[in-house]
Design a binder for this molecule. Structure first.
Ligand code: THU
Length: 136
């Protein structure tokens, strides 16, 4: 059951990765965020000539959801790698994205799904990726 759900999230993240705008790093990332209401929000990384305005795929997905009034999430799949090539290894969320996810989820139960090869993936809870996190 979870396996099917996670595979669907990975497929959607890979689709979203096709929209990545990453001419500066040449590293394309896609994400698919599962909300508790069943909706899936996708995102890709969007780079900028001034570099720092770059938005990661995970934050694109979170901001799309929150801007539509959805703030409760269960899991996210993240797929990244050199542009123009299929995803072949793990891409873990950056520290900023971990903190942004932490704002909206229960870190003990929220799952990050990360493909390690074409047919395999690893999972980790957000608290495993961001231990002793800061929250107000
Ligand atoms: N990137 C993501 O989209 N998500 C991550 O978690 C890691 C990094 C993007 C940012 C930048 O466009 C490119 O990957 C290289 O860092």
């Amino acid at each position: 059951m979870k396996n099917t759900l996670y595979k669907e999230l990975i497929e959607k993240a890979i689709e979203a990765r096709n929209y990545s705008y990453s001419p500066y790093s040449g590293f394309a990332v896609g994400a698919a965020l599962l909300a508790k209401n069943g909706n899936i929000y996708t995102g890709c990384n969007i780079e900028n000539a001034a570099y720092s305005p770059t938005n990661c795929a995970e934050r694109t997905a979170v901001f799309k959801a929150v801007s539509e009034g959805v703030k409760e999430f269960e899991a996210i799949a993240v797929c990244g790698g050199p542009s123009g090539k299929p995803v072949s290894g793990i891409c873990t969320p950056c520290g900023v994205c971990r903190q942004v996810l932490n704002e909206f989820v229960d870190p003990e139960t929220f799952v990050v799904v990360m493909p390690t090869s074409e047919n395999e993936y690893e999972t980790a809870t957000l608290s495993e990726l961001l231990p002793r996190s800061f929250k107000l």
